[in-house]
Each structure stands twice: as structure tokens, then as C-alpha cells.
Design a protein around this ligand. Structure first.
Ligand code: 5RP
Length: 226
């Protein structure tokens, strides 16, 4: 029987929200799974939960604002207590591919500042090996051709992401190159190599940034811990 993906997302989101404590700073990820968590958090705020939120994208900021979740400027704080975010893929070591929604740069910064990063996902996101989902790489537009040639040297096949016939522009004013590397045998090594390319400002491999993935699977919740 076909799985109800939306139900799985909702289940994971509801479970993740239980990790949020009163009087804390929380990070809000981006995407269709996190949407459900944000709606839940707004309900808790209405009922008295005291939190301040750092959104990872303009879209999330708009949604949080519209639902009455208090926002705090990331540049006024030293750390974030708990972040709830989504992922495009995760493996058994809780390494992730993120960036399908184009918010990977802020998401990675927020994850790096977070004590407890919680990833929520439906069951389609769990993979044996990362790489079926094309790896998003954020580049400054000036360097996009150069970066593409360096990606080729790493055996990747990259295409600039388009939206409505124009290059997709991130919240930080950059382009995204979606790269097919095939199955990624060594995500750590690839992550380092990509970080070394001038013009790359971020990429969607998240290594050692989460210790908890909460996955909806049919009617149940599976929590993966590292
Ligand atoms: C955005 C992301 C998202 O978390 C990822 O794309 C998953 O999105 P969704 O929950 O809609 O499947 O990394 O940059």
C-alpha cells in the first residue's frame, strides 16, 4: 500500500516539537515537513510557551511571523538551543543531504550554532547511500562557471537551478548548482573538497550536525540517535 507521506511528516513534526523547552531559543528550518512543526509551535506559543525563534529562510520567517512566533536576530545571540529542520536524504550515520528548498546556507549556520539539531523526515528520506538526490551547492553567481568546471574534476555533473526560466536566487543572493555525483561513497571527503573550491559558499552535505532524526513511517515514529 502507498505510504501517506504527509501523515508521516506530520507525525515526525509533532514528535519533534516535544523536545522544545520553555524559555529557549529555537531554530526553524525550511520546507514542507518543517511547516507542520511551525504550525504546532505556533499553537504552543498561543498557549503560553515562551521561545524566540531564528528562521532559516525568508519563507520561514514570513510563516513564523504570520503565526505569531516571536523572532530573534541571529546576530544578537551566541547559541541556539534546539532546531527542527528537514532533510532531502539521511543515512545510518545521520549524515544528510539538504538544500532542496534552497535554504542550505542559513540552515547550516543555524545547525552549527545549535545544541540539539533535530531532523524530521518522512520514510522516503532514509537511504543506504547518499546521492540519489542531487547535491545542492550554493555559489556566488560570479563563480558559477568556474565552480562547475571544478565539480567536473570531482566527477560531478552539475546544473544551475532554475525557477520560472531564470536562475534560482537564494535568500543570500547566490545561485545553486544541483550536482549528480552518483552515490557518494565518502561524504566527509567530498564535503572537504567542495569547501576548498573558491566561490562555493556552502553545500548540502551536513556531516556531524545532527544526533537525532525523527522519521514518520506509516503510523509510527522511528527516532534515530547517534
Ligand atoms: C531546504 C531543505 C529542506 O529541509 C529539505 O529540502 C526537505 O524539504 P521537505 O521537508 O519539503 O521535503 O533542506 O533547504
Amino acid at each position: 500500500m502507498k505510504k501517506d507521506v504527509e501523515k508521516e511528516k506530520q507525525l515526525a513534526a509533532k514528535e519533534a516539537v516535544k523536545y522544545i523547552k520553555n524559555n529557549t531559543i529555537i531554530g526553524l528550518g525550511t520546507g514542507s515537513t518543517v511547516y507542520y512543526a511551525i504550525v504546532e509551535i505556533a499553537e504552543l506559543v498561543k498557549n503560553g510557551l515562551k521561545i524566540k525563534a531564528v528562521p532559516t529562510s525568508n519563507a520561514t520567517q514570513k510563516l513564523a511571523d504570520s503565526l505569531g512566533i516571536p523572532i530573534i536576530d541571529i546576530n544578537t545571540i551566541d547559541k541556539i538551543d534546539t532546531t527542527i529542520d528537514g532533510a532531502d536524504e539521511f543515512n545510518k550515520d545521520l549524515m544528510l543531504i539538504k538544500g532542496g528548498g534552497g535554504a542550505l546556507l542559513r540552515e547550516k549556520i543555524v545547525a552549527s550554532m545549535t545544541t540539539e539539531e533535530i531532523i524530521i523526515a518522512d520514510s522516503s528520506k532514509k537511504v543506504e547511500k547518499l546521492g540519489k538526490f542531487k547535491l545542492p551547492i550554493e555559489v556566488i553567481p560570479f563563480a558559477s562557471k568556474y565552480v562547475q568546471s571544478k565539480i567536473k574534476e570531482l566527477n560531478g555533473n552539475g546544473k544551475i537551478r532554475f525557477a520560472q526560466n531564470l536562475p534560482f536566487v537564494t535568500d543570500e543572493g547566490n545561485y545553486i548548482i544541483d550536482v549528480d555525483f552518483g552515490f557518494i561513497e565518502n561524504p566527509v571527503e567530498l564535503s572537504h573538497k567542495l569547501n576548498e573550491i573558491e566561490g562555493v559558499v556552502g553545500h548540502g552535505l551536513f556531516i556531524n550536525l545532527t544526533k537525532t532524526v525523527i522519521m514518520g513511517n506509516d503510523n509510527e515514529i522511528i527516532t534515530f540517535k547517534k
